[in-house]
Design a protein around this ligand. Structure first.
Ligand SMILES: C[S@@+](CC[C@H](N)C(=O)[O-])C[C@H]1O[C@@H](n2cnc3c(N)ncnc32)[C@H](O)[C@@H]1O
Length: 218
């Protein structure tokens, strides 16, 4: 597959996703989605206790870092297949006081379908706007679940098939050109997550952007 985030689109995406007002305008105009629930769902990150391990897949340029409280001491494992995104992530993380030197930040260049991490690594796994990027979302979900500790939380968002005709057309073109994976319906997303062992699932598939949360069973 072609990773569009490796080129100018990745830089553009990174600029607008960091500005909720702009992301809202672009989300509505291009995709017909309401992106505000995505930012709201990240608020749970601020509740993590010091010492918690966060696995952020794909981390992109670091939009989830915005939810950290000042001084919150977590260990953040940032995974992305694109080195430029990891570099942007690193710059943002350091500005928020997360550094590799202090053991608070690990940058991992990897494919989300084969994570180079041991089982049960993370207390919380973030999966924002990544599952629709890959041709095998089932493999990615299985890896996220494997790397979560039993009882650990999964938070994320992904495009789903319940969106507008325009969104389906754009993403359908992306599938054909290898820029994104297939669109799954919210019910299929639920089945993928449950099959991977994620329980207590809440999925809100409003306007083609599903916000989901759950816990690894066990
Ligand atoms: C739309 S961005 C989302 C990033 C971030 N979570 C956010 O919400 O802004 C998608 C990211 O997925 C990464 N990506 C695409 N395919 C990937 C793969 N197979 N494994 C890991 N990362 C991938 C891209 O490099 C890009 O940074």
């Amino acid at each position: 597959m072609t990773n569009v985030c490796a080129g100018p689109f990745g830089a553009f995406y990174d600029v607008y996703i960091e500005r909720p007002w702009l992301a809202q305008a672009i989300g509505r105009a291009a995709w017909g989605i309401d992106i505000a629930p995505l930012y709201r769902s990240m608020a749970a990150i601020a509740e993590l206790p010091d010492g918690a391990t966060v696995l952020d897949v794909p981390c992109g340029g670091g939009v989830a870092l915005r939810a950290l409280r000042p001084g919150q001491r977590v260990r953040w494992l940032a995974v992305d297949v694109e080195p430029k995104m990891l570099a942007r992530f690193a710059a943002r993380a350091r500005r928020r006081g997360l550094t590799e030197q202090a053991g608070a930040l690990e940058l991992i260049a990897a494919d989300m379908r084969t994570l180079p991490l041991p089982d049960a690594t993370a207390d919380v796994c973030l999966a924002y706007s990544g599952l629709h990027m890959v041709s095998e979302p089932r493999a990615a979900v299985a890896e996220l679940a494997r790397c979560l500790k039993p009882g650990g939380a999964l938070l994320g968002a992904t495009f789903v098939a319940e969106g507008s005709r325009r969104q389906r057309a754009l993403l359908g073109h992306g599938v054909r050109s290898g820029q994104n994976g297939p669109l799954v319906a919210a019910a299929e997303l639920r089945a993928l997550l449950e099959d991977a062992g994620i329980a207590e699932l809440e999925i809100a598939p409003e306007r083609g952007l599903a916000i989901f949360r759950g816990r690894r069973a066990g």
